[in-house]
Design a protein. Structure first.
Lengths: 326, 230
């Protein structure tokens, strides 16, 4: 990209216009290149993930813009307990109030940190919101009509993951792992509505591009790594736990839909399927892309693997305690 | 990326969402209930792009006097990708390739009331579920509608069930049998058909949740607006 102010130089707007023209001219070539059945399957899944996730991302940036513009840091401090250790579970439970899937919670957690909420609490919110909200829990109950314990186990496992990660961050996390821009206040503007519109627009543009990366990776992986992995795991409980945890990461399903996929894999034991539901909303490829772009790569490189391990352990623990070893 | 370009990309992306929700295109990707979500999200995107453009033109925004927004990095460029894929290709709904790629999975637990005796017309997901729980029974006259697919050397009529978007699609299939199979085998995969025949529900137990249908009558039909089942 150029840094000059001379209008004659090539800038991104010219590149963008050129790209559109080339795409239109080469339209039939592109369509032909995408004609192979496997490529079309990937393309359909890619567009499906984008189309399904973008409205949730929009909801998330509207909430995050509203936090930036209308909620003062002082007001947030009054709501949360003073001790960060106590603020973590409160922030996790606050996730009940954001009825979306994981894409919505990333920009919101970023703004919470920007408005001075302790990082540990904001990260607990980030992990809990997509998993413990009422829409997701009702979907889980509908998907497992004969197993009411699944709803309880899912809520407990996800909330435990969020709290453990929050407390872990408080003990071992370093402020410099989170990109400095996260802590910078929202764009200066000439009024609250201007701050709202500019924060929402900025968050949408920067997070949206990352969502696209995540959707592309998930679409390719879901075709390369089909659910046939799960065939023949019925008697191998531990292996099933690991395979389902990895599948949750690579499939990047919306947390409102993953319960139905888990229910359909009925040959597997119950606890591995619960682990799938606890890991998926906390760490998957689309979410890691969003976190890397929002909080910085150094953050995602540490946070995502740690979350994966904690989510698997919490999922197994919640499953064994509520459902038994089955 | 320059702010003008960001606004242009956001505007186009919002336009693409509204466009696919305006007709039936969005049903290839998500559930029908998501139409108003898509339109709402598209309108918000267009609105944010227009507001930012107007404010930039009036010189009301501060960041980077050179017109750049350095804090977004290269990622906004990637927003162009879904716009181009939707505008140029508009990939079709998942079909025979997705069915061949995934093992069939168990149907939802229906707990549905018993079927009255006599001929029945069912969705494929429901036909599979009723084969498993025994409410369909062997020898019944059954009609199903779906697309043709090949799997493990068999010809099947398939539907994909989605709960949210095409990424969570699960295939349900009915395997075609009998002399009437010839007509189905000659047709290309992904052809939508309505098949009437005699069901062998028992077969579902040994054939990975896929009951058999002795084909009596097979008609090629137009694809439905919503290619998926819930």
């Amino acid at each position: 990209m150029t840094t000059t102010e001379r209008p004659a130089r090539l800038n991104s707007l010219h590149v963008f216009a050129g790209l559109l023209v080339v795409a239109l001219v080469l339209r039939s070539t592109i369509t032909e290149a995408l004609a192979a059945p496997v490529v079309r399957t990937v393309a359909t899944v890619f567009v499906a993930i984008c189309v399904q996730a973008l409205p949730f991302l929009v909801l998330g940036v509207l909430v995050s813009g509203a936090i930036a513009a209308f909620v003062s840091p002082a007001a947030l401090r009054r709501v949360l307990p003073r001790r960060p250790g106590a603020a973590v579970p409160v922030a996790g439970l606050a996730g009940l109030a954001l009825p979306g899937c994981e894409c919505a919670s990333v920009p919101v957690a970023r703004r919470l940190i920007g408005q001075g909420v302790p990082e540990a609490a904001a990260l607990a919110f980030l992990l809990a919101a997509p998993a413990v909200n009422p829409v997701v829990l009702v979907a889980t109950a509908v998907a497992f009509p004969g197993e009411p314990g699944m709803v309880l186990a899912r809520a407990a496992g996800s909330l435990a993951t969020a709290c453990v990660m929050g407390w872990l961050w408080q003990r071992a996390g370093r402020a410099e792992w989170i990109a400095a821009r996260v802590r910078s206040p929202a764009h200066a503007g000439s009024g609250r509505w201007a701050v709202f519109a500019e924060s929402a627009r900025h968050d949408l543009v920067s997070a949206g591009g990352l969502l696209v990366v995540g959707a592309l990776v998930a679409a390719v992986l879901s075709v390369l790594v089909p659910t046939s992995w799960t065939v023949g795991l019925a008697d191998r409980w531990l292996l099933a736990v690991l395979v389902m945890a990895v599948l949750a990461v690579v499939l990047a399903l919306c947390s409102e839909a993953d319960a139905f996929v888990a229910a359909s894999l009925s040959a597997l034991p119950l606890v591995p399927r619960l682990v799938f539901l606890v890991v998926g909303p906390a760490v998957d490829v689309k979410l890691v892309a969003l976190q890397a772009g929002t909080f910085g790569r150094g953050f995602a490189a540490r946070f995502a693997p740690a979350t994966f391990v904690v989510a698997v352990l919490c999922g197994v623990a919640a499953g064994v305690l509520t459902l038994g070893v089955r | 990326m320059r702010r003008e370009t960001q606004h242009a990309v956001l505007f186009l992306l919002g336009g693409a969402l509204v466009r696919i929700a305006a007709d039936e295109t969005f049903l290839r990707y998500v559930r029908p209930a998501q139409r108003w979500w898509l339109i709402g999200a598209g309108v918000v995107m267009i609105g944010l792009a227009v507001v930012a453009t107007v404010r930039d033109v009036r010189g009301r925004t501060v960041p980077g006097a050179d017109g750049h927004d350095h804090r977004t990095g290269p990622s906004p460029w990637l927003l162009v990708l879904p716009v181009l894929v939707v505008a140029l290709v508009a990939p079709p709904a998942l079909g025979a390739d997705a069915v061949a790629r995934q093992p069939t999975t168990a149907p939802a637990d229906l707990a549905a009331p018993a079927l009255p005796p006599g001929p029945a017309e069912l969705g494929i997901g429901e036909a599979v579920a009723r084969s498993i729980d025994g409410t369909l029974g062997d020898g019944r006259d059954l009609t199903v509608t779906g697309f043709l697919a090949h799997r493990d050397g068999d010809v099947v009529v398939a539907r994909l069930t989605i709960s949210c978007c095409a990424a969570d699609a699960r295939p349900h299939t009915v395997r075609l049998r009998g002399p009437g199979l010839q007509g189905a085998a000659a047709l290309p995969v992904d052809t939508w058909v309505r098949v009437r025949g005699t069901v062998v529900a028992q077969a579902a137990k040994d054939n990975r949740w896929s009951p058999d249908l002795e084909v009596a009558e097979l008609t090629v039909v137009a694809p439905p607006d919503d290619p998926y089942e819930l």
